[in-house]
Design a protein around this ligand. Sequence first.
Ligand code: SF4
Length: 536
Amino acid sequence: MPPRVQRNSSYLNGMSITGTSTRVTDVSPTSGMCPICIKNCPVLCEIGLSAIRGREVIYPEPEQFGYSTAGALKDYRLDWSDFNILSRLTEVHGIEEDPDKAIFPNVDVSTKVGGIPMKIPIIIGAYGSTEVARLNWDSLAVGASLCGIILIIGENVCGMDPDSKIVNGKVEYSREMERRVKAFREFWDGKYGDIAVQTNVEDQRLGVDVYAISKLDVRIIERKWGQGAKAIGGEVRIRDLDKAIMLKKRGYIVIPDPELLEVQEAFDAGYFRSFERHSRVGIPKLKDFVEDVEWLRDQGAEKVGIKTGAYRPVDVAFTMRTASEAKVDYVVFDGAGGGTGMSPVPMMNEMSTPTVYLEAQVLKCCQILKKKGRYVPDIVMAGGFINETQIFKAIAMSNFGDGPYVKAILMGRAPLTAVFKAEYFVELAEKNALPRNFVSKYGDDPEKFFIAVPKLKSVYGKRFKQIPWGAIGLYDYLYERVRFGLQQLMAGARKWRLDLLDRTDLAALSEWASKVTGIPTIDEVDSEVMESILID
Ligand code: SF4
């Protein structure tokens, strides 16, 4: 077993994500309960709140839905911090051996996923019908296009849109889908990145793929098989009874049943404030999927991807076999430990394969396929990525000598956080309510405190005013910080191109990390050649 100090189950009975806590902190490591549980306890722990609100407590605080994202809090005993990046002194790769040229701003961090060029190896999404995506869409879309990356519109957007025109069960128009695609294209340079549309079972029934391709000229369709945060379909909260009824009529699973009179009365009386809308999960079969991808290409899809969750190893192998036979352009594997707009908290914490373990399984599949001469699609890893160190490690780990299998990583929560933060601080500035220490460090004018403003003004001129502040926050975060940081790390490893990162750039910090991934421990790295360097 791994040597790191392990956390235990003490978090089970009090979690900030559900708004619960315990009366005392020295709780049982097994149950998470207070060692003495008293009748007159005013604190709402998981058990206590569940006794009052039942099913609601499975989820992140319902009141925060639409204004938050949520992720797992369990320690999976292995994450990217279990590896260190090895720096180099004597070798330079991908640029001339000239100290004037081998400087970090010259590092090329561009990549291609499924043949689509991106300025940085980051995809964001998939942001579907969840309210937090709708409310922050313009910033996400414009920010993604400024960064030159792929943005994925998630599932159920047309099905949830009250303004969708559905004829004979097929969508012919969706105001919300059209808005989302157009928002990305407003600042898109037509070259780097693109907009993709993801489809689940309900979307396929509604013909969202054909609508997106034929009416909105979307080039990338992504079939959704799952996500890291949960192994069931997408879920959202509906705070409007009429909308809940509309969605049930459109075929969604809505809980509780909004068409029952007693449920309507309970909702009107305020016993509960939101319905849950659930969607279905697909049950993919190899032959059907190969035909589906051919059909999608016949419909005009230029690129086809799969987004899957962190299912057990045999399902990882099935996914890779199917993706290979169907010759999809890319597969996104989403590991446990990431997040979502709304997922059951116990499922986020306790189910599915965490990201590093998952990448190790995926890479094993890639190598087997490659060895047999089979097609290997581009791989995108997701699940808890927020910064450049993780990106470096995920890509480097995937290169066994013929170039990285992992061409990019995907972020979901972190870009939303950047958008939230940017918009909130602008709101505070408008109300003259910025924290004093913030003002003393960065000023009180958004035009001054966002560092990329002068650059964006010079690039976009008068159009600068149309860029939402949230998009500038996203650009500052992904392009000005993560890209910059990645360039520095790569220059430290003396690699001036992303495809040059490989497994020799990493060392495992524990035997467990080494066992799972095959990356040597730091004491093993180069141990065989040290003597020959000293004495030859
Ligand atoms: S109800 Fe019992 S277990 Fe829960 S917080 Fe109170 S004392 Fe602790």
